[in-house]
Design a binder for this molecule. Structure first.
Ligand code: AHG
Ligand code: MN
Ligand code: MN
Ligand code: MN
Length: 332
């Protein structure tokens, strides 16, 4: 029954034929990595890898064993193929150097191997996020090679390990969703050309941080919460899963606005989420689906990075609501 449907391999080979055929091969390796992570996450408590790895990553976060294993999955599946000049990961302080016994190519792969890892031990959806950039020369990539604005991304995507595993991808020609057929091991195109509705009545934010937000965000969320008795005149619903992948996936499926804004909880951090492997790939996917992605003060994809693990405020989803909150920032 599934024969004749479009597999991820067919899709990426057709979409990247010509100028970026090597990127097609790389995307197939990324898909192999996320299938491995999906199998591990899908075992739940039976995997025997719950809990902490007793290490702290460069972000100052406690690494889970599953963060470390998912990072290994990306490195081992993608290091040998000859397409990459280097990789960078949430879990590695410095860029990963492609071992000298493998050929190198011109692409850069940046990833969050396991997103929402605080949810992994409680059987709630988690995911992986990735971004692909190119550099003009081959050879081993250095840190500055990765510090490119998001509008230069050639491809971006995430995998969500939910009731079904899905891979959602853009190569700059729309945002497309593939569902893992666990029997055949293929990702099958099930959600071609996803579109985010411009209007929404659903918002997602960690309201426990409300007292730390800037006034424009307090104003916006206050108006949503006031619902039909406030100036919006309509009731809003709220969701918070604490996995960015799951939040963005819900928004791609039915609209909504997701916010992890700037706050003054920790003055050293101008936001929670990381530009290169969380904000940029999600911003490209959302824009390619007709939505918007902003820091509140400008387009995420135009931010020029100055550090590998740089953080920034993230506001993304249905266009009308993102634009309204941007307006509140400008009026402030
Ligand atoms: P990660 O697990 O990759 O470190 O990312 C977690 C992020 C993101 O997925 C989510 O939006 C956010 O952290 C959750 O933050 P709170 O703990 O404040 O809810
Ligand atoms: Mn983390
Ligand atoms: Mn993350
Ligand atoms: Mn992570």
């Amino acid at each position: 029954m599934l024969f004749g449907r479009t597999t991820l391999s067919k899709f990426v080979i057709e979409q990247t034929r010509g100028q970026h055929s090597e990127m097609g091969a790389l995307l197939i390796d990324v898909a192999a990595a996320v299938k491995g992570i999906s199998a591990l996450v899908g075992k739940g408590a039976l995997s025997g890898v719950a809990g902490s790895a007793a290490a702290i990553n460069v972000q100052g976060e406690e690494q889970k064993k599953i963060d470390v294993l998912a990072n290994e999955a990306f490195l081992r599946h993608c290091e040998w193929g000859g397409q990459l000049a280097g990789m960078a990961s949430e879990e590695l302080e410095e860029p990963f150097r492609i071992p000298d016994d493998y050929p190198r190519g011109r692409y850069l792969l940046v990833f969050d191997p396991l997103d929402g890892s605080s949810n992994s031990d409680v059987n709630v959806s988690v995911g992986s996020i990735f971004s692909i950039l190119a550099r003009s020369t081959a050879g081993a990539a250095q840190k500055p090679d990765f510090l490119r604005p998001g509008h230069e991304q050639l491809a971006a995507g995430y995998a969500i390990y939910g009731p079904a595993t899905m891979l959602v991808l853009t190569v700059g020609t729309g945002t497309h969703g593939f569902t893992l057929d666990r029997e055949s091991g293929n990702f099958i195109l099930t959600h071609p050309a996803i579109r985010i509705p411009a209007a929404t009545r659903e918002f997602a934010i960690n309201t426990s941080n409300e007292r730390f937000w800037e006034p424009p965000v307090q104003r916006y969320v206050g108006e949503c919460k006031a619902g039909s008795s406030g100036i919006r005149g309509v009731d809003f619903n709220m969701r918070w899963i604490a996995s960015m992948v799951a939040e963005v996936h819900r928004i791609l499926m039915r609209g909504g606005i997701f916010m992890y804004p700037r706050d003054n909880k920790d003055p050293a951090k101008p936001g929670r989420l990381r530009l290169l492997y969380e904000a940029n790939p999600m911003a490209m996917l959302v824009e390619q689906a007709g939505g918007a992605a902003s820091t509140g003060r400008g387009r995420i994809l135009d931010v020029v990075p100055d550090a590998l693990h740089q953080r920034l405020p993230v506001i993304l989803g249905s266009r009308e609501e993102v634009e309204r909150l941007e307006r509140y920032h400008h009026e402030y």
